[in-house]
Design a protein. Sequence first.
Length: 331
Amino acid sequence: MADIQIFNDEAFSVSSLTAAINEQEYVPGRIGSLGLFQEEGITTLTVQIEKDGDTLALVPAGERGTSGLVVSGSKRNLIPFNTVHLPQRFTIKADEIQGIRAFGTRSELQSVQDVVNKRLAKARRQLDVTHEFQRLGALNGKIYDADGKTVLLDLYERFGVQRRSLSMKLTGDKKSFRVQCGEALDMQEEALGSVTRSGSRAFCGKNFWNAMLELDEVNRTYLNTQQAASLRGDARESFDYGGITWERYRGKVAGMTFVHDDKALLIPEGVPDLYISVFAPADYMETVNTEGVPYYSKIEPLPFNKGMAGEAQSNPLHMCTRPLAQILLDM
């Protein structure tokens, strides 16, 4: 029968638990599943972003005491961004461990590891949801805390730029929707400058999406074509029109809708270093000055040895380096 002393095993060290939580199955959100964000680890708690006019770029880290990146020109400046500390706590009581009896070919250690992995999996799911929420905020230019009210990062304010928007004329005095799509893409290409993209995607709110589906222009385009199935099927599925992939985003996090019901958010795809997710090291002695990974975990005994207190944490920064390329579309 297992007892609490089993946690002295190397299998429950910081490195082993960190490896275990990073191997847990990912619970994908729509933004995460699209692979828009490029992930990398950093050894510091702060990321420096270089701003050259409206063009933004990552600044490589350097060794302490050595010369850094040469920044020339009056328009260039470095803007620091702090990573966000996201801790999750869990408890494994002694009774949960002492009640485990080895069975068949499974060892007591394997059974205890199963108990720990279940806690890690739950903590991982909650952290994954938080990452999705913050990535959605990066696409919107404003990242909120879990309460949905506290602003952790306003990208437009930090970069000193104004958000660009365009009316698509879906109601009232309507214009050619295809022409409006072209104007939106022109605005996006202007913001990207010489940087190329592989495509553009628009996440739509409910009312914007419904108004778009009612356009005769859209319906006639798909009439009597193989792509007509896109409109005959689920009315919430994505389809291509005017050089843009349109899709309705239905998710809500912390009671907040990602896209306003009457709006859509146009973003570019396939742009290198446009969306980044960097991960700082955990605040443990074992991880100081090491390259960060997305998730960490550690356990320690509870008072009077009544169980184990565990923590899972992530220290991310999700952001868009060219926020002007994100165009807000109105009805």
